[in-house]
Design a protein around this ligand. Structure first.
Ligand SMILES: [Zn+2]
Length: 486
């Protein structure tokens, strides 16, 4: 007998097929029947008028540390996300040095592990609400082996980095990531990435990249990503695809054309996007202290600012006006202050027309790029990404159809990142599910009030257990760090 039957749902199975009315039976962690289910279960949900879809997969997260610090993962679960890809932009939980947290992208967690198996045990002990799949990051690996050196690695250093990547892949990582605008990734040459990406390729992994440039030299950066994929012989994921800075708006079409042409010629490139016109990240990484870029300074908002908490949630231009100083000086002062390197900013650098063009592309997945620092005023994408795509871009703007949007949040993502038996509603698949109202689903997180859960989501199930129902997080902790099946 099934544990639970969801009846009369409008079912989107994750393949892109049109909705059909169906029942879904769940037994243990898996879906055991789909269609007209004759048997009964002790627990039944009448889902008439609601859409049932596979749980959404956030393919671009920085939640490595959040799985341990915030195991309830309310900011993801409340969007309908049941699985995440961690370790993006070259920053990952592994490799690590026990007791040392400076080199990773963990945000406030001190490692008790060195490699992925140890991190998996830490995640299991934390019992998080959602599943995750790990990438091993270049910035983290390079920092651990050679600090912030601005030179190519020696043969020994390169071999040490290779060993870390191989180890992570052997222990279930789905690929290798870079963040080539950040330290120390920006100091590496393309050959170093090709070499390390080959270690991922040999284990069936992918290469996910925050490219070297997302503005004036976007197209060169796309060429580099394609070259790395072709030379190391592995699939490429271009992360948070954007054309940054007003003078570069509209280049997204050229960039996507390059991807299409490469794929027609034998490359294997896919992408992801977040549905916001602002990016976010560590402020110190975006500015040269010797020469603060005034155009960028004008569009900066403070998210987390340990040195000046009173600036959080405010535009830099407004703070500077209050202080009676140029905005460039304010940026300089904040970065130079004690703990100034821990400032997170939000930068309004993206054109909405480029977001829509991205979302129309059939190989475009959705990734929030949320940074889970809940102390400040984080970018609203942390709480709102998936409902914003479904409510704003699908329902209100008609940029893409609902079944196709669901496909790009589920089966496409799962197949790409090595999730096994997930991403579709079919007999035998894991019961990662989201029940929502397509007529009302919408994000409510804003730049002024960013830590708000979306509305229109009735129920989220992870590995067969109800994790969220009618706005209440049940705390079952059904998630785990998965191993890639690539
Ligand atoms: Zn990034």
């Amino acid at each position: 007998m099934a544990d639970l039957i969801i009846r009369n749902a409008s079912l989107l199975d994750g393949t892109g097929a049109a909705a059909v009315e169906a029942d879904v039976a769940i037994t243990g962690q898996r879906i055991t029947a789909v269609g007209s289910v004759g048997e009964s279960a002790s627990n039944e949900i009448d889902a008439a008028g609601r859409t049932l879809a596979p749980g959404f997969v956030d393919v671009h997260t920085h939640d490595d540390g959040a799985l341990l610090r915030h195991p309830g993962m309310e900011f993801k679960l409340s969007q309908g996300c049941t699985s995440l890809v961690i370790g993006n932009c070259g920053f990952s939980a592994v490799p690590a040095v026990v007791g040392e947290n400076e080199k990773s992208g963990l945000i406030g967690v001190t490692p008790t592990w060195t490699e992925l198996a140890g991190f998996r045990a830490a995640v299991a002990a934390a019992n998080p609400a959602v599943n995750a799949m790990a990438l091993v990051g270049h910035n983290t690996t390079r920092s651990l082996v050679m600090g912030l050196e601005r030179r190519p690695p020696t043969d020994n250093e390169l071999e040490a980095m290779r060993n870390h990547v191989r180890s992570a892949m052997a222990e279930g990582a789905c690929g290798f990531s870079t963040g080539l605008i950040y330290e120390p990734g920006r100091y590496c040459e393309t050959d170093e990435i090709v070499d390390l990406a080959k270690q991922s390729a040999e284990a069936g992994g992918i290469y996910a990249t925050h490219m070297r440039n997302e503005g004036d030299r976007l197209l060169d950066a796309v060429d580099e990503a394609i070259h790395i994929g072709m030379t190391a012989n592995l699939p490429v994921q271009i992360s948070h695809h954007k054309s940054a800075g007003r003078r570069n708006w509209g280049k997204i079409g050229l960039s996507l054309a390059k991807v299409d042409e490469a794929n027609a010629g034998g490359a294997d490139v896919t992408l992801d996007v977040y549905p916001y016109t602002a990016g976010s990240g560590p402020m110190a990484q975006y500015f040269n202290l010797e020469k603060i870029d005034p155009e960028l300074a004008e569009v900066i908002r403070f998210a987390s600012c340990p040195a000046f908490r009173e600036y959080e949630g405010r535009m830099a231009v407004e703070v500077a006006a209050d202080l009676g100083i140029p905005v460039t000086q304010l940026i300089h002062d904040v970065i130079s202050a004690p703990e100034g390197d821990r400032t997170l900013c939000i930068q309004f650098i993206i054109d909405n027309a480029d977001i829509e063009e991205n979302l129309r592309h059939p190989l475009m997945m959705v990734g929030s790029d949320g940074i889970p620092d809940l102390r400040g005023q984080p970018h609203p994408r942390l709480f709102g990404t998936f409902p914003k795509v479904l409510g704003h871009y699908v329902r209100e703007q008609g940029v893409l159809a609902l079944p196709e949007a669901i496909r790009r949040m589920t089966s496409l993502s799962c197949d790409r990142f090595g999730f096994v038996d997930r991403g579709r509603i079919a007999e035998g698949q894991f019961a990662d599910l989201v029940l929502f109202d397509p007529d009302t689903i919408i994000d409510t997180a804003t730049y002024d009030d960013p830590k708000q859960e979306a509305t229109g989501i009735d129920m989220v199930m992870v590995n067969g257990q109800i994790a969220l129902r009618d706005g209440t997080h049940t705390g079952v902790g059904g998630g785990r760090l998965l191993s890639s099946g690539r």
